[in-house]
Design a protein around this ligand. Structure first.
Ligand SMILES: CC(C)(COP(=O)(O)OP(=O)(O)OC[C@H]1O[C@@H](n2cnc3c(N)ncnc32)[C@H](O)[C@@H]1OP(=O)(O)O)[C@@H](O)C(=O)NCCC(=O)NCCS
Length: 180
């Protein structure tokens, strides 16, 4: 049976965490990721992603999942995509380093979903990828994300000063490594 975990939110809604599937809609995923542009979220993208790009991206993610190099999970509420968490191995000599990412739609934040999804992702990454290091990066200004990462046992390793051009303002990027 396919892997699936669920979390009941304080308002009674139930959110499911499950692997990306080839049946997932590139349009829904494009709309999801593009919605973060409007709020100028602290994410890497700085332009709209097309449905065609998203289609190619899903294909490459599925390929990476099959090879054991990627874990890509969707958070779903009533069949709608509300968040994504993923873990990806580095290439070649970085094979032992696994990089994590997380994005959750605004109405589903501050309900414990981020913590739930990252704990499940980390447990799977540890057991399936056997990494030497689990790490992530975050902009210094993203205080909420940093609080969550610290709670989960991530420790700041280094900072790249003035590294990210965030809508015309250069921000620092911090690297966090999981210590336990
Ligand atoms: C950063 C992000 C992933 C956090 O996800 P989240 O689902 O809001 O995280 P959680 O709900 O687990 O924890 C966040 C807060 O909710 C609180 N919370 C947890 N469960 C709660 C509950 N049942 N009721 C009320 N608050 C709750 C936590 O205590 C925490 O509070 P704090 O920020 O004051 O410490 C989310 O804000 C996001 O997707 N942001 C935009 C994209 C982004 O920045 N991604 C990270 C890039 S590095």
């Amino acid at each position: 049976m396919a892997w699936k975990k669920q979390l009941a939110l304080p308002d009674g809604k139930v959110v499911a965490l499950r692997d990306l599937s080839r049946k997932d809609s590139p349009k829904e995923l494009a709309d999801f990721i593009n919605s973060f542009l409007k709020e100028k979220a602290y994410l890497r993208i700085n332009r709209k992603i097309s449905v065609a790009e998203e289609k190619a991206w899903i294909r490459s993610r599925l390929k990476g999942m099959k090879k054991g190099n990627i874990i890509h999970l969707h958070l779903e509420c009533k069949g709608k995509l509300v968040g994504v968490v993923d873990a990806e191995r580095g290439e070649y000599k970085h094979h032992g380093n696994v990089f994590l990412g997380i994005t959750i739609l605004p109405p589903f934040r501050s309900k414990g979903l981020g913590e739930f999804a990252l704990r499940e992702l980390i447990a799977r990454a540890k057991s399936e990828m056997k990494p030497k290091n689990i790490y992530l990066t975050v902009y210094t200004d993203n205080k909420k994300a940093i609080r969550l990462y610290r709670k989960l046992g991530f420790v700041r390793h280094h900072v790249l000063k003035n590294w990210i051009n965030h809508y015309g303002r250069y921000l620092d990027e911090e690297f966090y490594i999981l210590k336990r």
